[in-house]
Design a protein around this ligand. Structure first.
Ligand code: DC
Length: 234
């Protein structure tokens, strides 16, 4: 008998700490890591390169259905590939971030990327951590563990500002905060798959928590559920 891989859904707004937590947990448990934000960012970047407008549903649908997006762990980094090209940095520029926010609101794009997200998780040998906005509500509503990781606006913008500055991207805290608020609003109010916690998600506010504190809490939660499901199968 084959058992389905263990699925962990991690949703929440940008800058709440989802990525660092997801990466640490995936490494600790030897699970695959599916960064669904990176998948949407790849689709947006491909559309920008092809000169497709954010509201051209026909062209977006055709393009998104043909994209070859994959992940590979290299030196502790979850690298993202579009075709054979490593686009891990290119997809994270502020320009591509705002275009992603617009493109990811289009139902045609979300539908075209749904199967890819499910397939990447289901073909994981041990289990998968999926991080995004609608994993617990839409992509895997029956995930084994659902978490919603959040933090205050200012704490999130501070983290993103530090990240961008460290990468040599010139910006200001006020601009990062304003961009983030605009994207939060777009993510929370779009008609299809808006950002919200699943009713049965465990909500973790990371504003005053250390990264290690969050990781430990998440690992404890996952291990408790794995024990219960292993006992159920015995
Ligand atoms: O997590 P991130 O900042 O890399 O996400 C990039 C964009 O993609 C952001 O605007 C939200 C959107 N997104 C989404 O709509 N659904 C997901 N499951 C993941 C990301």
């Amino acid at each position: 008998m084959t058992t389905a891989p263990f699925i962990v859904a991690i949703d929440g707004p940008a800058g709440a700490g989802k990525s660092s937590v997801s990466k640490a947990i995936a490494e600790r448990l030897s699970f695959s890591l599916v960064d669904t934000g990176a998948i949407y960012r790849c689709a947006a970047m491909a559309a920008r390169r092809a000169g497709i407008a954010a509201d051209d549903d026909t062209a977006l649908g055709t393009l998104t259905g043909t994209l070859a997006i994959s992940f590979k762990m290299a030196s502790g980094e979850n690298r993202v590939f579009l075709g054979g090209e490593d686009v891990s940095e290119a997809i994270r520029t502020p320009e591509n971030s705002s275009f992603t926010s617009q493109v990811s609101a289009r139902p045609v794009v979300r539908q075209a990327l749904l199967d890819l997200q499910r397939q990447l998780a289901r073909t994981s040998p041990r289990g998968a951590i999926l991080e995004g906005r609608d994993i617990g509500t839409v992509v895997f509503p029956d995930a084994d563990v659902k978490l919603f990781i959040t933090a205050s606006d200012e704490a999130r913008a501070n983290r993103r500002f530090a990240e961008l500055t460290a990468k040599g991207i010139e910006t200001t805290f006020d601009k990062v905060l304003a961009d983030q608020r605009a994207r939060d609003l777009a993510d929370e109010t779009r008609e299809v798959a808006p950002l919200r916690a699943a009713e049965d998600a465990l909500i973790i506010d990371t504003t005053a928590l250390s990264l290690q504190g969050v990781i430990d809490r998440v690992i404890e939660t996952i291990e408790a559920v794995r024990l219960v499901s292993a006992a159920g199968r015995a």
